[in-house]
Design a protein around this ligand. Structure first.
Ligand code: F6R
Length: 242
């Protein structure tokens, strides 16, 4: 695992946008796995600026890491709508270059299995962007998730629902209880994992991820098992590192 400490979130976004730009030049039809939440926004801003500056992403494909279960199709806080708004549209990608799990399916288990099959059929994820929860989750693999897990339904912890209430008018009652998330085993299938963590509230989770034992209690520690994992942290998120 390589750990890169950057001055701030914008610098982290630039660094990761550079890695994505290099990938796209090398492999124009690369499959980019995207996370949602606040942390990756500087990556998408920096990448969009590069596209405006002439980077050709017309063949890039994008896929989701996770999705809420039970939100009506098209709900603005569904992760499909969020990725369309924050990534697909700003980059000018055709919508058919984007896919994710169906959180409104009648058969959620079937939707999870379909998604793992779709990822494999697409040739696997080339670069997966990850954020990290204050409890060390990646995707929505909450503490005690199996490190071998595949895409499946998970129940959000109360802490994660509290953390995400800001996207739902600060009303925790609107935050879904369940999500579909790529499993940790599914995430580890990506060729390159890039985790961005910014802010002092992520410092404990970053320290446990990078320096703690590999443990299902800290799902992000599974990155230690991956042959090509990059952890980019700003100075505030790095304060727990030895
Ligand atoms: C969402 C996801 C989550 C977030 C994490 C941190 O797609 O994968 O693991 O990355 O909850 O969220 P923020 O960045 O909002 O602190």
């Amino acid at each position: 695992m390589e750990v890169v400490i950057v001055p701030d979130a914008a610098a982290g976004g630039e660094l990761i946008a550079s890695a994505i730009a290099d990938l796209v030049v090398r492999k124009p039809d690369a499959l980019l796995g995207v996370a949602t939440g606040s942390t990756p926004l500087p990556i998408y801003t920096a990448l969009t600026a590069r596209v405006r500056g002439g980077l050709d992403v017309s063949r890039l494909r994008v896929c989701q890491l996770d999705e809420y279960v039970g939100l009506p199709k098209g709900h603005p806080e569904s992760y499909r709508a969020t990725v369309l708004r924050e990534v697909v549209e700003p980059l000018g990608l055709p919508e058919e270059h984007f896919f994710g799990p169906d959180g409104s399916a009648a058969d959620i288990q079937g939707a999870c299995e379909d998604y793992d099959r779709a990822l494999a059929a697409a040739g696997g994820v080339d670069l997966q962007i990850l954020g990290i929860g204050t409890d060390g989750h990646i995707g929505f693999n909450e503490p005690c998730s199996s490190l071998a897990s595949r895409t499946r339904i998970k129940t959000l912890t109360e802490q994660t629902r509290v953390d995400n209430a800001r996207f739902f008018d600060n009303d925790i009652d609107q935050v879904p209880h369940h999500v579909i998330t790529q499993g940790i085993g599914t995430i580890l299938d990506a060729r390159h994992l890039v985790l961005l963590a910014t802010g002092a509230n992520k410092a404990d989770a970053v320290a446990a991820t990078v320096e703690g034992p590999v443990a299902s209690l800290v799902p992000a520690s599974a990155l230690q098992l991956h042959p090509h994992a990059t952890v980019v942290v700003d100075e505030a998120a790095a304060t727990g590192l030895k």
